[in-house]
Every structure is written in structure tokens, then in C-alpha cells.
Design a protein around this ligand. Structure first.
Ligand code: 3HC
Ligand code: NAI
Length: 678
């Protein structure tokens, strides 16, 4: 059966797409739309058209799997131009998500009706693109340049209600009566002249006040740094006010094609599929019976425990949080409340939502209160004895069949599991700080972790808004393990004469939000320090002894002013020179290229070892970890994809030039001219 069918209801023709999972606008769907419109135009009995989709969503966009391949069938732009040209009113009936090309289909229709839960958006920018089927030209003509800018340039979808408020949706209809309401709406338009988005004039706001474009760029500068597509999006929306519709469409096409053939979009499309692949566990039936998670326990209300709890509370899952002492518990709970209240102050939560989340949080000092939890996550001190003690207690108390997880950063999850009589229910759930904000969740699969336990954790990650990847048990798992060689090289270069702010700047220029020494300052240089000011065995000891504990005390590697601006410190410069002299390393100028290669190539090598040892399921999982957990720039696709674009032979040559190790997998892939991804 065709993926697009038609249904004649007296004088109305319904064109219905049913192409699971998301009604992506692949060749067959585009052809079906063209045929449907032709049928409507050639049938004299038909006076209006409704376009809708079966399944979970309206068209979620162009079919991304077709990108980079030779075009097949009708082009989306031409297909939707025919809809708009129709004299018979065409109504888009929207549920789920009308995204990208899907939103462009809706824009080409004369009217848009949507259910309250529907979302509309142009997320192409997240794939390193701009809309390519006249979205940048029609949208501003309907809603104005100012309202179009965030949709095109940031790419977050908006609700049906917001879409109605800005004029993108004509009517919000019943959640359960979309098809009928759309038909009634279409009938009411018969005989009226059709409004065409391409002829709209809301775009004049940007002509009257052209400052909006620069203001938008300035306001979002930090978020957009390094990405090509956002600037192209701004240019296209601006063109919508300055040019005729036809010229604007040609301009959009030119910008779109340039982005489509560039590395950034290839990298971001790689990431789109990588994120979805990372959630899948090879060799396990995805339909395996999951463990229902209705109540969660969190042990430790410190930095991590509080943030971890917030993820579940925000998703409406009750949490019991456990501490050893009342004051620590009170402090932890107060921090959670403060964080929520700050979010509410910024308008991202209502006061009721804050109370709703706090209302399902139960503070406790007694392990017994965890007995009926379906999942308990331990976030106590990073110490094996303490963790074993906690897991021993949990094993005694928590009901059988519940999952016991550790948030350990480095410790051996198998050893922790061995402290229980149910190692198959134990795994690592490694959140990143701040745990309520950072997207990454490394799910650590122990030797004995049962498949359904692992898959439950992976599925749960989506529910709490995380992006998860599976790691095997190894020191630091995927993320921290790869951080280690980078830090080693950064430190070594200081001893050889590099300035630490230059080392940081190399990574900033690459697209990271911060460099290794800024990161140390932010995390706190004193973490794990022995706290004896007279015992100075490393440069870190020396910094700590001088009270340079990091940003929280206003000085670490850098001095910080009130607005937290970093300024290189003469004191630290001298300290580094002293330690450099002590190590007896020849002092020399180190180029930015060398710095970049010495920090990033060893990470690729470590990633290759992780793959070689089977600690990651696939190279793209490593990309997902580093993009979401450590700010590796998305537009490069992550460390392994980036290495592919550099060329693995070049990476190997670079490592050898700097006297750094090359593992067998990296060497053999380079020799065979292969890539990590594809
Ligand atoms: N093309 C091809 N496959 C797609 C797709 C698309 N546009 N959107 C989703 N899929 C696939 C996913 O890869 C996934 O496949 P899998 O099951 O084999 O892993 C499956 O559909 C389900 O997707 P999700 O797991 O993401 O399902 P969710 O329900 O969580 O999310 C969604 C649904 C919000 C629609 C989300 O999939 C999404 O954001 N999709 C991409 C939307 C997008 O970027 N559209 C713009 C495309 S570019 C474009 O339109 C250019 C145009 O201007 C010319
Ligand atoms: P923290 O020191 O801020 O909090 C630990 C809390 O656990 C303290 O409040 C302490 O009172 C409590 N605690 C200790 N033993 C306990 C017990 N037996 N029962 C109940 N409560 C107990 O530490 P943080 O930073 O939250 O780290 C916790 C875990 O998370 C560690 O394993 C750490 O390696 C890991 N982690 C830390 C990250 C970070 O950036 N801070 C990032 C990712 C993981």
C-alpha cells in the first residue's frame, strides 16, 4: 500500500500520510503529496483539501537518510509550491511535531490547525543546515522576522499555543478530534480567497528595524560560536524582507546547498544518528521486559546526589534522598529548592511546578525508607570501602528486583556489585556535574549486569532528558578515561614552556567552552588535595598551598575579577617556571598546532583503545559521550568523527612526531585507509 492515501469526504479530499516512525518526507511521501494535490485539483467535486498524518506525528522533516545521496522523485520545494498555488483551500492538520520540511509543508498550506500538544519548528540548524524548502522565506512573511529568527537560527520547536499567538497556527483544535475539526475548518474556508504565505508581509518588521538581526546575533553569540548554519539562517531571514519571494528562495537555496556540502552539517548529521544509536544495546532485544521505575532512592545529598534527584523530580518520579546527618540532608534539600526557585525566577518553571517537584521529594536518614524503591542511585564519597558498605546495606534492605546503581567516576563497578548477592541488578549510572543540567549519562555495564537492567537504565535516560551511552568497566569509563591523556599533555606542555592561557585558548578556538586549566579552576584545584600546606610534592600542591583553589576562591591558575573574567597570574607563571626548571625540561615555544595535536590526538588514540577493548559499543558512542559530557564541539562531530575528517593516517603521523603511543586499532585502520565511522 502506498504511504500516502487519499480519502474523499464529499467535497473535501483528505491526503493522509502513514510512513512510520515519524512520517519523514522521503521520496515516496513527496510523490504521494504531489499525486494527492493533482487529484484534488483535477476533481471538480473537490473544493478543499486537508493534509494530515497517521501515527505519532505530522511530518517530522525531510528524510535525513537521503541527504548526501543523489535526489530521487519530486523535490520538496516544488511539491509544496503546488499546494500553495492551489485555488482550493489546503489545510494542514497537525499533531505531534511539524518539524523542518514538515513545518515547511504546513507553511505552504493556506491554513494550519493543530492539537494543543502539537509542536512546530525548524530544527535544521541542529543538523548544520537551514530550511531548504522555502521555510526561511515563508515563515517571516507569516510571523515576522523577529519571531522567525529564533525558530530558524536556534531551532527549538514551539507549542501550538505559541504558534497560534504568533500567527503560525490559525486554530488550535480538539486533542482527540483533529481530523473532524480540520475538515470542518476546511469546509468553512470554501469560496474564500486563499491566503498564501509567500505573499504575506509580516516580514516588513525586519525592514523597518534592521537592528534586530545584529541584536539577535549579539544576544546569542556565545551559544552560536563556531557554527556556520546560524549565520546563514540570519542572512536568509534578513533576505526575506529585502528580496522578492523568488529571489529570497534562490538565496536560501544557495545558502542551504553550501551548508549541505560542508563538513559541519555532515558532522551534525552524524551526531543525530549517533545519539539515537547510542541508546541501543547490541545483541539485546529492544522489546525486552523493562523494570518499571516508579520510585527512586538517592544516597548522598551532596553535589551530585542533589542534581541527580532533580532529574527524576522534574520528570514526576518520586525520590527519597538519604544522608548520614540531618544538617547535610537539610543543606542538600535546600540546594535543590534553591535551584528550582532560580529556574522559576528565570521564567522556566512556575511556582506550582517548583512545589510539585519538592512535594514528591522525601528526605530521610534511614536506609529502611529505601526498601520499596525500584532504583537506588548511590552518590556518596568516591571511596571503595564506603561504596561497598553502602551496597551491602542496600542488598539487605531494598526489595528484590530493584536496580542498584553507583554514580562512581572511576571505581570498579564489578567490585561494588560483588558487595551484593545480586550483581546482575547492579550497574553504574554516571551523571555529570551539574547533574540536573548536563545531558550525558554514562551507563556502566558490569560483567554480571542483566540485559533488562541495562536496557531499563537506557530507556529511563530518555524519560529524564538525558543522552545515554553504554560503557564497559574500565578506569574512568569512556569520558574520564579519555580526559586523562589530554590533561597529561596539557601539563607536560606547561613544563616545556607553554603558557597555560595559550593552551586553554587553543581548545577554545577549537570550539570547546573552556580549556583544561579553566576547567581545573572551575572544578576546584583542591579536590582530592591532602590539605597539608607544608607537603608540596606536585605543582598542584604548590597552587593549593598558596590558597589558589580555583574560581570559587577567586584564584586558581587564573585570577578572577567580580564578573569571573579570567586574567593570567604572574604568581602562577613563576610557579610553573620553577617546576619546569625542577623537571629540567628544555623550555621552548610551542605552536598552537602542536598544542592541539598533543591534546586531541592522544584522546583519539585512547578512544581507539576503548573500542579495541570493547569498552564502547561503537565509535559514535564515544562522540556522544564527549559532545554531551565535556563540551567537545558538536560541529566537528565528536573526537572519533573529527579524527575521520582529519584522516587517521595524519593522526598516527602526528602522534609519532610527538613521541606519543599509537594503539594497534588506530594504526591498522590508518594503514587500511579506514575510518572509525562508516
Ligand atoms: N529523517 C529520517 N529519520 C528520522 C527523522 C528524519 N527527519 N527523524 C527521526 N528519524 C528516525 C530516527 O533516526 C529514529 O530511527 P531509529 O528508530 O532507527 O533509531 C526514529 O525515526 C525515531 O526517532 P526518535 O527516536 O528521535 O523519536 P522521538 O519520538 O524521540 O522524536 C522527533 C521524534 C522529535 C520527530 C525526532 O525524531 C526529531 O527531532 N527528528 C528530526 C527532526 C528534524 O531535524 N527535522 C528536520 C530535518 S531537515 C529538513 O527538514 C530539511 C528541509 O528543510 C528541506
Ligand atoms: P559530595 O562530597 O558533594 O557528596 C557526597 C555526599 O554523600 C555527602 O553529602 C556525604 O555526607 C554523603 N555520604 C557519604 N557517605 C554516606 C553514606 N554512607 N550514606 C549516606 N550519605 C553519605 O560528593 P559528590 O561530588 O556529590 O560525589 C559523589 C559521587 O559522585 C562520587 O562517587 C563522585 O566520584 C561521583 N561524581 C562526582 C562528580 C562531580 O563533579 N562532583 C561527577 C560525577 C560523579
Amino acid at each position: 500500500m502506498s504511504v500516502v492515501t487519499t480519502n474523499k469526504l464529499q467535497n473535501i479530499l483528505e491526503i493522509i500520510s502513514d510512513s512510520p516512525p515519524v512520517n519523514a518526507l522521503g521520496a515516496a511521501v513527496r510523490q504521494g503529496l504531489v499525486d494527492g494535490i493533482e487529484q484534488a485539483l483535477s476533481d471538480d467535486e473537490i473544493e478543499a483539501v486537508v493534509i494530515r498524518c497517521e501515527g505519532r506525528t505530522f511530518f517530522a522533516g525531510a528524510d535525513i537518510t537521503e541527504f548526501g545521496k543523489p535526489p530521487v522523485g519530486p523535490n520538496l520545494g516544488e511539491a509544496i509550491d503546488r499546494m500553495e498555488a492551489s485555488e482550493k483551500p489546503v489545510v494542514a492538520a497537525i499533531h505531534g511535531t511539524a518539524l523542518g520540511g514538515g513545518c515547511e509543508v504546513a507553511l505552504a498550506c493556506h491554513y494550519r490547525v493543530a492539537v494543543p500538544s502539537a509542536k512546530l519548528g525548524l530544527p535544521e540548524v541542529k543538523l548544520g543546515l537551514i530550511p531548504g524548502a522555502a521555510g526561511t522565506q515563508r515563515l517571516p512573511r507569516v510571523v515576522g522576522a523577529e519571531a522567525a529568527l529564533p525558530m530558524v537560527v536556534i531551532g527549538n520547536p514551539i507549542s501550538a499555543k505559541k504558534a497560534a499567538a504568533i500567527g503560525l497556527v490559525d486554530k488550535v483544535v480538539g486533542e482527540d478530534s483533529l481530523a473532524d475539526d480540520a475538515i470542518a475548518f476546511a469546509r468553512a474556508q470554501i469560496g474564500k480567497p486563499v491566503p498564501r504565505s509567500s505573499a504575506g508581509n509580516a516580514n516588513q518588521d525586519g525592514v523597518k528595524n534592521p537592528a534586530i538581526f545584529d541584536e539577535f546575533r549579539a544576544k546569542n553569540g556565545r551559544k552560536l560560536r563556531g557554527f556556520d548554519a546560524p549565520n546563514a539562517g540570519i542572512e536568509a531571514v534578513k533576505a526575506a524582507g529585502e528580496m522578492s519571494y523568488e529571489d529570497g528562495v534562490a538565496k536560501e537555496r544557495e545558502l542551504f546547498m553550501k551548508l549541505m556540502s560542508g563538513t559541519q552539517s555532515a558532522a551534525m548529521r552524524h551526531y543525530f544518528f549517533a545519539e539515537r544509536a547510542a541508546n541501543k544495546v547490541d545483541g539485546v532485544d529492544p522489546k525486552i521486559d523493562l523494570i518499571p521505575i516508579k520510585k527512586v532512592g538517592v544516597i548522598g545529598a551532596g553535589t551530585m546526589g542533589g542534581g541527580i534527584s532533580m532529574n527524576f523530580l522534574s520528570a514526576g518520579i518520586p525520590v527519597t534522598i538519604l544522608e548520614m546527618k540531618q544538617d547535610a540532608l537539610d543543606r542538600g534539600v535546600a540546594t535543590i529548592r534553591k535551584n528550582y526557585e532560580n529556574t522559576a525566577k528565570r521564567g522556566r518553571m512556575t511556582a506550582e511546578q517548583v512545589e510539585g517537584a519538592m512535594g514528591i521529594l522525601t528526605p530521610s536518614l534511614h536506609y529502611d525508607d529505601l526498601a520499596d524503591c525500584d532504583l537506588v542511585i548511590e552518590a556518596v564519597f568516591e571511596n571503595m570501602d564506603v561504596k561497598k558498605d553502602v551496597f551491602g546495606k542496600l542488598d539487605e534492605i531494598v526489595k528484590p528486583g530493584a536496580i542498584l546503581a553507583s554514580n562512581t567516576s572511576y571505581l570498579n563497578v564489578d567490585e561494588i556489585a560483588a558487595a551484593t548477592k545480586r550483581p546482575e541488578y547492579v550497574l553504574g549510572m554516571h551523571f555529570f556535574s551539574p547533574a540536573n543540567i548536563m545531558k550525558l549519562l554514562e551507563v556502566v555495564r558490569g560483567e554480571k549486569t542483566a540485559d533488562n537492567v541495562l536496557v531499563t537504565a537506557m530507556k529511563l535516560s530518555k524519560k529524564i532528558g538525558k543522552v545515554a551511552a553504554v560503557s564497559g568497566v574500565c578506569d574512568g569509563f569512556i569520558g574520564n578515561r579519555m580526559l586523562s591523556p589530554r590533561q597529561q599533555q596539557a601539563n607536560a606542555m606547561l613544563m616545556e614552556g607553554a603558557n597555560y592561557w595559550e593552551v586553554d585558548d587553543v581548545l577554545l578556538d577549537f570550539g570547546f567552552p573552556m580549556g583544561p586549566f579553566q576547567m581545573s579552576d572551575l572544578a576546584g584545584i583542591d579536590i582530592g588535595w591532602h590539605r597539608d600546606e607544608t607537603r608540596i610534592e606536585t605543582m598542584r600542591d604548590a597552587l593549593c598551598a598558596k590558597g589558589r583553589w580555583g574560581q570559587k576562591v577567586g584564584k586558581g591558575f587564573y585570577d578572577y575579577d567580580e564578573s569571573r573574567q579570567r586574567v593570567p597570574s604572574d604568581e602562577v607563571k613563576e610557579l610553573i617556571a620553577e617546576w619546569g626548571a625542577k623537571e629540567g625540561k628544555e623550555q621552548r615555544d610551542i605552536s598552537a598546532d602542536e598544542m592541539r595535536e598533543r591534546m586531541l590526538y592522544p584522546m583519539v588514540n585512547e578512544g581507539a583503545m576503548i573500542l579495541e577493548e570493547g569498552m564502547a559499543q561503537r565509535a559514535s558512542d564515544i562522540d556522544v559521550v564527549w559532545i554531551n559530557g565535556y563540551g567537545w564541539p558538536l560541529f566537528t562531530g565528536g573526537p572519533m568523527f573529527w579524527a575521520d575528517t582529519v584522516g587517521l593516517d595524519k593522526v598516527v603521523a602526528g602522534l609519532e612526531k610527538h613521541g606519543l603511543p599509537v594503539c594497534d586499532l588506530l594504526r591498522s585502520k590508518a594503514a587500511a585507509g579506514e575510518k572509525f565511522n562508516g
